[in-house]
Design a protein around this ligand. Structure first.
Ligand SMILES: Cc1cc2nc3c(=O)[nH]c(=O)nc-3n(C[C@H](O)[C@H](O)[C@H](O)COP(=O)(O)OP(=O)(O)OC[C@H]3O[C@@H](n4cnc5c(N)ncnc54)[C@H](O)[C@@H]3O)c2cc1C
Length: 375
């Protein structure tokens, strides 16, 4: 909302509440929204330009088998670099590269789906591809450094750290992150931290360069260590081998305490999404900052991106989330409707449209199913 002196006024987008905080510096890591955020804080701009990129997730066993674990990386006829690779039990295809003005107004256009399908037809001429193979789409905006390049593909993908010094109304600097990749997020963080330290006139006293984080800490490194870890999980929890492997794959070394927690509360597969249990979804709701149903369905689980969300599965998951997060019926209906709309309209998931005045049904998970195979 703004900065005066060293006081920032922020609005909590969930509650609408205004909060005031004091700061010695601000790090602006808002990606494609960097210029908008900088403008609110009286910063300099424009510095970024967004290009949107859409990806398709295909249920195409023949292509997946043909790829056999390999990624195909190639130039399409229009010069755009595309990738195709096996993603879990699906195939991921990407991506488009289209300049956009407003990062809030982006969707995967039908023409982008057709473009990527045409690219596949060109590269794999002996296989058939169609829109029916697409089980999920997603789109994001790359926060690229502003450039005069003629084609989006020519814009540099490098990142940089920029500083807006204090001005007449703001006493503190803004450190902005321009560009960046998933794969380089730690080195960019280090560069940003170095800049913040310099702005504060302090020196680094600790480095996290070699520090494993999250489920990567204490992660078993080779096949034998993985097997020992899985055995430890099955012994500690009584859960089956396949389920333990799947949790290790999802949560890294955090899977061990999680397995014990799930076993204690009854790790029963959901009826309509049997890769997950109600206990696992409750854990995600309670421990990973889930606020809305789409946080859980789209961003905390692999259900949506694998194209596994059906109307029945969504209703069942909504029931679990409602119980875990204490939603009343009206809230649960609202969450279900909003999530279904997002999946249908933004991710091309084939769900039924719910009329605005209809009450979508949601259900608590069935506890009648047998638990995941016991060890
Ligand atoms: C199509 C596509 C393909 C990509 N491919 C690759 C790849 O192959 N390999 C790779 O390593 N990287 C890839 N990337 C890059 C990567 O996904 C990220 O886009 C990049 O790392 C930028 O991340 P970020 O955190 O800076 O920005 P974002 O991920 O966009 O995060 C910015 C966040 O700031 C929030 N925000 C905005 N305004 C405000 C505000 N006022 N207050 C609070 N929050 C706000 C936004 O909601 C958003 O969550 C790709 C990106 C796209 C879009």
């Amino acid at each position: 909302m703004g900065c005066a002196g060293n006081i920032l006024t922020l609005r909590d987008e969930l509650t609408g509440a205004l909060v005031r905080v004091t700061a010695d510096t601000v790090v602006n890591a808002t990606g494609a929204w960097l210029d908008r955020s900088a403008a609110v804080l009286g910063g300099v701009g424009p510095r970024v330009m967004g290009t949107k990129g859409s990806h398709l997730v295909l249920d195409h066993p023949a292509l997946r088998d043909a790829l056999d674990g390999r990624m195909a990386y190639f130039e399409a006829v229009d010069g755009r670099v595309c990738i195709v690779y096996p993603f879990l039990d699906r195939v991921l295809v990407g991506s488009t590269d289209i300049p956009v003005e407003d990062p809030d107004q982006i969707v995967t256009e039908p023409a982008e789906v057709d473009y990527l399908i045409d690219v596949l037809r060109e590269v794999f001429p002996n296989m058939a591809f169609g829109r029916n193979d697409v089980v999920y789409t997603y789109v994001g905006v790359r926060p690229l450094a502003r450039s005069d390049a003629d084609k989006p593909g020519q814009i540099s993908r490098d990142h940089s750290v920029v500083v807006d010094p204090p001005n007449a109304t703001r006493d503190i600097p803004i450190v902005g992150l321009v560009g960046g990749k998933w794969t380089t997020f730690r080195s960019l963080s280090e560069e940003a931290t170095n800049e913040v330290l310099q702005q504060l006139g302090r020196s680094r006293t600790a480095s996290t360069e070699l520090l494993p984080i999250g489920g990567g800490a204490d992660l078993p490194a080779d096949a034998a260590a993985i097997e020992r870890f899985v055995e430890k999980m099955t012994t500690a929890s009584g859960m089956g081998h396949a389920r333990a492997q799947s949790l290790l794959h999802r949560y890294g070394s955090k899977a061990l305490p999680l397995a014990q927690r799930l076993a204690a509360s009854g790790d029963v597969p959901l009826q309509h999404a049997p890769d997950y249990s109600a206990a696992e979804l409750s854990y995600l709701c309670l421990e990973t900052g889930v606020v809305h149903l789409d946080d859980l369905v789209i961003r905390r689980t692999l259900l949506a991106i694998r194209g596994l969300v059906t109307d029945a599965a969504l209703a069942e998951i909504a029931g679990v989330a409602a119980e875990a997060l204490g939603w009343d019926t009206a809230r649960a209906h609202n969450e279900l409707r909003t999530c279904a709309t997002a999946l249908r309209e933004r991710h091309n998931v084939r769900l039924q449209a719910v009329a605005p005045d209809a009450e979508p049904s949601f259900e608590a998970s069935s506890m009648a199913s047998p638990a995941f195979g016991q060890s």
